[in-house]
Design a protein around this ligand. Sequence first.
Ligand code: OFO
Length: 168
Amino acid sequence: MNTSIEKLLNDQIKYEAKASMQYLAMASWADENGYNGIADFFYNQSVEELDHMRKLVRFVNERGGHVIIPALDQPVSSYDSLNSLFESFLKSEEFVTDKINHIIFECLQHKDYNVHNFMQWYVTEQLEEEATARSLLDKLNIIGDDKSGHYLFDRDINDIATEAAPPA
Ligand code: OFO
């Protein structure tokens, strides 16, 4: 495998791991503050990101590359509001999308069509996750400071997220 592509895939392993730990911290914050639906949503997101990381680890190994399991900084563990929680979620997904697009670009530069093909799964996944994050934040912006709105958002978050996902 081209060494610069291998380095980018290792960086991506780190970003997926970071997202997983960040979403775990978000889940824990929501749990602690009585938002059980939001907590479940982020516990699941955290597991999904771990899967994305593992998928990359296996792929790099299958291709004969060398995987570096990353050290991670401590994630942010408290939020001022539901809005700031979901703003961070959207920012995190936009960051990951950017990195994936960069890998795709480099694959084309180096004519690595194998990695390019593998990364298409991540492109689709990011499209879905960004749409979900954006739509949840839009709903919260409509709700504003209304406490009963927050209660319903917490109760219905999984339905809202499912509706937001683009058709497969
Ligand atoms: Fe790994 O799917 Fe979003 O970040």
